[in-house]
Design a protein around this ligand. Structure first.
Ligand code: HEM
Length: 426
């Protein structure tokens, strides 16, 4: 247990995971999340438990496995564009952080806004992505250094005003995209995206459907929640694969054994979803390089709480962070090594591994987009590794890939340059 400040304590002890994050926990999200919210509140930052579970019940329908599988053609279309971009520059360094970001962004655009943002087709970074970066940095300042934020607010400097108003523009994108979607497709278009499901979703316990304002707030939040998380995971996974050429060859062997007739290089999800080495590589990237490695803060309930033999007073911020739990040497042998085999049960996985592995968090606030993220990670990895060898470009070093933590992580060098070479068909 570590005291972080007068009113904040962080644990690295698995016994308290269920207390803080479990299904029946009395803990609420901590006030810090107020600064990460795009107003009016969406699911990600709702602190009141009853309001949150009502919203979560509705959104869980939208994210059901059957809805996700219906979206696969839209996801594959974006991946096809990503593969084309990679194929256009053989043997040249490509900044895969940027390309994975654009791909993840285009996918959530297709699914939640009914249109691709065209990130992969453009040379310029889309404005939404730039605003997302500003929003995150701004939220960090607001949460940790409120006085600096107050000071910035009174400065009449256009660039600072632009930086501080990123949050309003994000909501604006959500609203405009929603309105043009309704104009273009109507309210029940039958289009195989998730926005249609949002518009038509009905509660099975009589909760009110989502209002238009709630829908566009949520879709802006989801574009946000589903972009940098997925792209950072892909970036670090491909960085690790680039350092382990033999692993790439084994992975390619596994992928090709499932279906040797990838019609256009993009496998179907049903063919690869149970590939054990693919699964293990993704788990290991999520373990060693979690996109959200920092403390997920919660607040002790009224009356306080005994935790791990210590009484913690009410309204104290308590948390754990998967960066620590996923490096626990009692559960993960040689924890700093990238060893996908540890997830392939016979090879040394320990009982504690599953309990300590929480890149998507756990319990009632766990990631709603996990299945979508897994589908994207698996389809993109198998499409690229099925066709290409990947290696490090000289600019990509251990130092440039050290992480910077802005709640979500980013490589310090803000790039990840990799070189792809086409492999022969067997
Ligand atoms: C590898 C990719 C991803 C990772 C590592 C990840 C991780 C997380 C984590 C750690 C949380 C919990 C935050 C907390 O407790 O404060 C979370 C929540 C959430 N994520 Fe993800 N996420 C990923 C992808 C996605 C995608 C693709 C979407 C949807 C487009 C999504 C939607 C959400 C939502 C809606 C929540 C809030 C759930 C709630 O509060 O009930 N995530 N995610």
């Amino acid at each position: 247990m570590v005291r972080i400040g007068p009113n904040e304590i962080s644990f690295a002890n698995i016994e308290v995971v269920k207390d803080i994050y479990g299904q029946n926990t009395e803990f609420m999200k901590a006030p810090i999340y107020d600064t990460f919210s795009v107003p009016p509140l969406g699911i990600f930052s709702m602190r009141d438990k009853a309001t949150h579970s009502k919203r979560r019940r509705l959104l869980s329908h939208v994210f059901s496995q059957s809805n996700l599988l219906e979206t696969e053609p839209l996801v594959r279309e974006v991946i096809r564009r990503l593969v084309r971009r990679v194929g256009d520059s053989p043997e040249l360094p490509l900044d895969m952080l940027s390309l994975f970001r654009r791909a993840a962004f285009d996918i959530v655009g297709e699914l939640f806004l009914g249109q691709s943002f065209g990130g992969l087709d453009s040379t310029k970074q889309p404005d939404f992505l730039a605003d997302m970066e500003s929003f995150f940095i701004n939220s960090g300042i607001q949460g940790g250094y409120r006085w600096i934020h107050k000071f910035l607010e009174i400065l009449p400097v256009p660039a600072i005003r632009h930086f501080l108003t990123a949050r309003d523009r994000i909501i604006g994108y959500g609203r405009n995209a929603f309105e043009s979607y309704i104009d273009h497709y109507g309210r029940d278009s039958g289009r195989k995206d998730l926005l249609t499901k949002f518009i038509t979703v009905k509660s099975d316990v009589g909760d009110d459907p989502l209002s238009d304002q709630e829908i566009y707030t949520e879709i802006a939040n989801l574009v946000f929640a589903g972009t940098d998380t997925t792209s950072t995971t892909l970036t670090y996974l491909f960085w690790e694969l680039a350092k382990h050429p033999q692993l790439q060859a084994r992975l390619r062997g596994e992928l090709r054994s499932t279906n040797d007739s990838y019609s256009d290089g993009i496998p179907e999800f049903k063919d690869i979803q149970n590939c054990s080495l693919l699964d293990a590589c993704i788990n290991e990237a999520l373990r060693l390089h979690p996109a959200a490695p920092a403390s997920l803060q919660r607040e002790t309930p009224s009356g306080g709480k005994m935790m791990n033999g210590v009484f913690i007073p009410e309204k104290t911020v308590v948390s754990m962070q998967c960066y620590t739990t996923q490096r626990d040497p009692d559960a993960f042998n040689d924890p700093e090594a990238f060893t996908p085999e540890r997830w392939m049960t016979a090879n040394g996985s320990t009982p504690g591994m599953k309990a300590l592995f929480m890149p998507y968090s756990q319990g009632t606030r766990a990631c709603l987009g996990k299945n979508l993220a897994q589908m994207e990670l698996k389809l993109i990895t198998s499409s690229l590794i099925g066709m290409y060898d990947v290696r490090l470009a000289p600019a990509t070093t251990e130092e440039s890939m050290r992480t910077k933590d802005h709640f979500l992580v980013m490589p310090k060098g803000r790039q990840c340059n990799l070189i792809f070479s086409r492999v022969a068909k067997e």
